[in-house]
Design a protein around this ligand. Sequence first.
Ligand code: ADP
Ligand code: MG
Ligand code: MG
Length: 250
Amino acid sequence: MLSIKNLHVKVDDKEILKGLNLEIGTGEVHAIMGPNGSGKSTLSYVLAGREGYEVTQGEILFEGKNLLDMAPEERAWAGIFLAMQYPVELPGVNNMTFLRESLNAVRRARGEEELDAVAFMKLVREKAATVKLDDKLLKRSVNAGFSGGEKKRNEILQMAMLEPKLAILDETDSGLDIDALRIVSEGVNLLRSPRRSIIMITHYQRLLDYIQPDFVHVLADGRIIRSGGKELALELEDKGYGWVLEENAA
Ligand code: ADP
Ligand code: MG
Ligand code: MG
């Protein structure tokens, strides 16, 4: 599904990713953990195609195609979805309209017909219920004035609507209380599928109690320095990041 080789990325002339390698197979759930400032969000933005991230070396293939040649919207149409660490507020853009237009754009790209208003409403209500998002929030501007937890649920709602092939969740757990964490995790677990790959970026192992990854990677100083199964996350929880960094330096 996704193959990243020797990725080097600069932001404002500072090298942030320094030779990152990562292979994600179809249907797999990968957790990327790491200290603050290690480049986790940078990786998510590069995959989504955000402006201002200069790839200086390396390649990213998505289903065998050069992702770096694709515009951000082409990536979304091809099935890449990023739930951002800090979801953007879009004042004046109605949430329901935004969801509908995003979904229709993706459906057109897949060669599917647009949903009519009735079918769309049915789908959005059903998906909103899976993340316990109040219907009232569908009528407001996208994320505008939403609480932290509401923004994260709205991100998962977008993801559930768009049914991406590759979902990237950047610190979806941050700022959530335990009930919201459980709801958001259930929403994500519903989206697990043999046809869909998920990258979960998280600082804490707590999220991984709810969404069990197939693989865990440690990102530090712009590189993946260790990979393992879900037991690696427990080891990190227990011992912190220090020992991996030391073993890597040795
Ligand atoms: P993480 O998500 O792992 O906490 P980030 O990817 O957000 O890390 O940031 C990695 C590094 O890149 C940090 O040192 C951060 O300060 C730096 N960085 C991120 N965005 C910018 C930017 N726009 N300009 C300069 N430095 C940045
Ligand atoms: Mg951070
Ligand atoms: Mg981050």
